[in-house]
Design a protein around this ligand. Structure first.
Ligand SMILES: [Zn+2]
Length: 737
């Protein structure tokens, strides 16, 4: 009996690290432990050194309430040693009590198998765990969401009937964007959970070249990435079952002689599927054409046929009896980027599939390399991401409520904190900080890292991204060429907000169209002050971001932007041939919107605005932000004092802005020259969400449009409904999805 008890004691002593009596109340404690110096011989009184150790221990633990002294005996020493070590423990506690009478003390003795502890006294000092110190992130715990997550499920301002039609559809005179607020409204195209079955195939014509022997060698890696993507981001709620047709499907005619009707071309492919395949088993068919397609009877080879478009008010193509989705690529096989694009096709397929589930995707940062499929060329400078925003994950109900930290402005009577796990890293307690400032200004903060689904990002892109979501806004405008992605001139469901410390303006940043979105990233120590809320990235650790949220101070003004020293003699940009310049330009010079070489010799003198356009300037150049604003030019016009100065001969109305469609040189824009940049390609922006009158036959839209991988263009008209999907008018796509 005795031996058994003894054995249990040893086990306890080691497994609990000298367990101390359990606190009977529910207070949480922090413990501090210290072993006193070795006693000499059988001495039990404290030496002056041991006393100083006890004093130091109490100084280290000013909030201590419990003081436990454990005398330690080596396990095979005689029991008489118990008496000695117990006495030592008693003395130590008595001295502590003498120093701090309010302490609750307790002494005991325990056996050990660790020789180095034999004969010593271990002090265990317990202090009630104080409130988390908001000033010290090291003391932070992941606290409960201060408000119920339901408070952050801001309702969508649009009629669910309209949203159900699917993004891009017209319904009774209104255009549907995808849902932005709650509850999520699935389109009738694809659900947002469950299983989808797809069939992938490669199709050749008599005049095309097969780029791979076995279609599986091409499709299987893509299929795997597609299925993995949905598994990761939906947390297993959505699964794809994808099969590939074993042989190539050979059409018995040249691509230049392909049937002109989409339905006939699709039918020709489906009829040649192996007899073991039953197409009715699948939700969608994906066709990729062999390289070498030639223009002839058809100028486009993209197909986009599906049951929904054909079922609204009657079938589009009654002769086409296949009602599932049929898609084909439209990539130009002669395009240099084709090979790169082809290997990353899965990314743009994810994007298109999400649209079919009714997601907007094109925001925040329309066309930026921050979200899936918006800019999917893997060779793009600064990389791309296949992530879907935290807000859209939340909306789709893919992100569990438990991963959303919901902070209302009322919660900011005291400072709040959250520890966010980056979207690219699986798991984590919190993935999104949501602050519903109003029902049209929902601030969302997510943590991001250049790993996993964003692994091609530059290493600089780690920290937070912040954006404001507006579920009340009816418009969603994307695929507009002048749009730099975050420009409020082109209404979108969400916009990025930049750190207070960032020189570039969030609304005017165009550099992301060239792949540079680093100004949007919050680094450690940076803050965001937005409509009464102040957010700080206190600490950015390897796989966690520590974020503090407080009420913004009323007197807050963003840090002044330093534009550098003044140039001597007013700067070269203020010198003109033949004397005085017509406009005095700022010194120091202003450069906003895009990083450009601003050296005198580096800037070309251009004959027309097309020269700028061909260099990637999207909507003109202003000499300063003040000139830009006074002239009413788009926020996203480039501001460059030097580029303006070199080309000031194009500014015939002397408003300090050149080549902007919003601030044309002549008052009547219809007479403003023939170059591309004087014309605003903002038909979507101008139509105020009335169906354009010219679209009586909706199938006219989309003719001649576009180089993006899958056409969404499918349309029909009837008396009460016009359905069009993603018509585009611009000369090229502002982004790639
Ligand atoms: Zn898209």
């Amino acid at each position: 009996m005795f031996r058994k008890t003894f054995a249990i004691l040893i086990t306890l002593a080691f497994s609990l690290g000298f367990a101390v009596p359990a606190a009977s109340d529910s207070t949480e404690w922090t413990a501090y432990q210290k072993t006193l110096a070795t006693y000499s011989g059988s001495q039990t009184a404290l030496s002056s050194f041991q006393k100083s150790q006890i004093r130091a221990t109490l100084e280290k633990t000013p909030d201590s309430e419990k003081f436990i002294c454990t005398g330690i005996r080596y396990y095979d020493q005689p029991m008489s040693v118990n008496i000695m070590v117990r006495k030592r423990a008693k003395e130590a506690c008595a001295y502590a009590k003498q120093l701090k009478p309010e302490l609750s003390t307790w002494f005991q003795n325990k056996p050990t198998k660790a020789r180095s502890y034999a004969g010593k006294v271990l002090l265990t000092v317990k202090s009630p765990k104080g409130p988390m110190d908001i000033q010290d992130y090291r003391s932070w715990d992941q606290v409960e969401s201060p408000s119920s997550v339901d408070e952050c499920k801001i309702e969508d301002g649009l009629d669910p009937q309209l949203l159900r039609q699917g993004r891009g559809s017209w319904y009774n005179g209104q255009k549907a964007r995808g849902p932005v607020g709650f509850p999520f409204v699935s389109s009738t195209f694809f659900p947002n959970e469950g299983e989808l079955k797809f069939l992938m195939m490669l199709v050749s014509f008599e005049d095309t070249k097969k780029f791979v022997d076995r279609p599986k060698d091409y499709w299987n890696p893509q299929n795997e990435k597609l299925a993995d993507w949905f598994d990761y981001w939906s947390r297993g709620k959505m699964s794809l079952d994808i099969n590939t047709v074993e042989p190539w499907i050979d059409l018995p005619y040249a691509s230049s002689k392909a049937p002109i009707r989409d339905e006939q071309l699709a039918k020709d492919v489906i009829e040649r599927l192996p007899s073991t395949i039953d197409v009715s088993d699948y939700d969608g068919l994906f066709i990729q054409w062999a390289p070498g397609i030639k223009v002839g009877t058809r100028s486009k080879f993209k197909l986009s046929l599906n049951s929904i478009d054909s079922s609204v008010g009657g079938r589009i193509a009654p002769q086409f009896d296949y009602s599932q989705l049929v898609w084909s690529t439209s990539l130009d096989f002669h395009n240099n980027e084709y090979q790169v694009r082809r290997d990353h096709l899965w990314g743009s397929l994810v994007h298109e599939l999400l649209h079919e589930m009714n997601m907007n995707l094109h925001g925040p940062g329309n066309g930026w390399g921050t979200g899936v499929g918006q800019s999917y060329r893997a060779n793009q400078m600064a990389g791309v991401s296949y992530a879907i925003t935290a807000w859209e994950q939340f909306l789709l109900e893919w992100m569990p409520d438990s991963q959303v930290h919901c902070v209302t402005p009322q919660d900011l009577v005291e400072a709040q904190s959250v520890i966010l796990t980056p979207l690219e890293i699986s798991g984590g307690d919190r993935k999104a900080l949501v602050i519903p400032i109003s029902n049209s200004d929902v601030l969302v903060i997510e943590s991001r890292r250049p790993v996993g689904y964003s692994e091609s990002w530059s290493d600089k892109n780690k920290g937070l991204l912040a954006y404001t979501v507006n579920p009340q806004e009816a418009a969603q405008m994307d695929h507009i060429d002048q749009d730099c992605g975050n420009d409020p001139t082109y209404t979108k469901w969400a916009y990025y907000l930049f750190p207070d410390q960032e020189m570039q303006e969030a609304s005017g940043w165009c550099g992301a169209m060239g792949g540079v979105f680093t100004p949007a990233i919050f680094n450690e120590g940076e803050t965001l002050t937005h409509n009464g809320v102040h957010v700080e990235l206190v600490k950015s650790a390897g796989n966690k971001d520590y974020v503090k949220i407080t009420k913004a101070e009323e007197s807050f003004t963003p840090p002044a932007i330093y534009l550098g020293p003044k140039a001597s003699n007013g700067g070269w940009w203020n010198r003109c041939d033949g004397g005085e310049c017509p406009l005095e330009l700022p010194n120091p010079a202003e450069n906003f919107g895009w990083i450009q070489d601003t050296a005198d010799r580096a800037i070309p003198k251009l004959n027309s605005c097309d020269g700028l356009y061909n260099r990637g300037f999207r909507n003109g150049v202003a000499a300063s932000r003040a000139f830009r604003d006074d002239a009413g030019a788009a926020v996203a016009s480039l501001v460059s004092t030097q580029w303006y100065a070199k080309n000031r001969h194009l500014d015939t109305n002397l408003d300090g802005v050149i080549c902007s469609c919003q601030a044309p040189e002549e008052p009547d824009p219809s007479t403003a020259g023939n170059d591309s940049m004087s014309k605003c390609m903002t038909l979507q922006a101008d139509q105020s969400f009335d169906p354009p009158a010219s679209v009586s036959s909706a199938s006219d839209i989309g003719r001649g449009s576009s180089d993006y991988p899958f056409s969404h263009m499918l349309s029909r008209s009837s008396d009460e409904i016009i359905v069009t999907r993603y018509p585009r008018w611009g000369p090229s796509c502002s982004c790639c999805g």
